[in-house]
Ligand binder design. Structure first.
Ligand code: MN
Length: 130
């Protein structure tokens, strides 16, 4: 197993596609379908990276990112926003909320895992984690 990825997403098709891609690359995937579920999972599972949809029912991704950053166990964990919000300013908004990066939907199955891994490696290099 290469690492544990928490994916917070309400769209079943995206959950299926990304889970499939990551499992085929030997990652463990923990799925959460709402912010509340994601926050609970983050402290319980301590993932290596968090993929975060922005458009979710209830709490949106920006709020979830801010709350994730308040959880000591995942304060250094890379958070990558995965969203179809591709408007000017959305990237900045995601970064300001505590995300480390941004991958646009629709997901490109050819490049997705490599793009995610660039954030995983970046954090490990600079963080010197366990
Ligand atoms: Mn969504």
């Amino acid at each position: 197993m290469k690492g544990k990825i928490l994916y917070i997403e309400d769209n079943e098709q995206n959950l299926y596609l990304i889970t499939y891609l990551l499992k085929s690359m030997d990652y463990e995937v923990i799925q959460a379908r709402s912010g509340e579920e994601g926050l609970a999972c983050a402290s319980a599972c301590v993932p290596d990276l968090i993929l975060l949809d922005i458009q979710l029912p209830g709490m949106d991704g920006y709020e979830i990112a801010r709350r994730l950053r308040e959880i000591p166990m995942v304060q250094q964990t890379p958070i990558v926003a995965v969203t179809s919000y591709a408007m000017v300013g959305d990237r900045e908004k995601a970064l300001a909320a505590g995300c480390d990066g941004y991958i646009e939907k629709p997901i490109d199955p050819v490049t997705f895992v490599a793009r995610m891994e660039s954030h995983l490696l970046q954090q490990r290099d600079s963080g010197g984690g366990t």
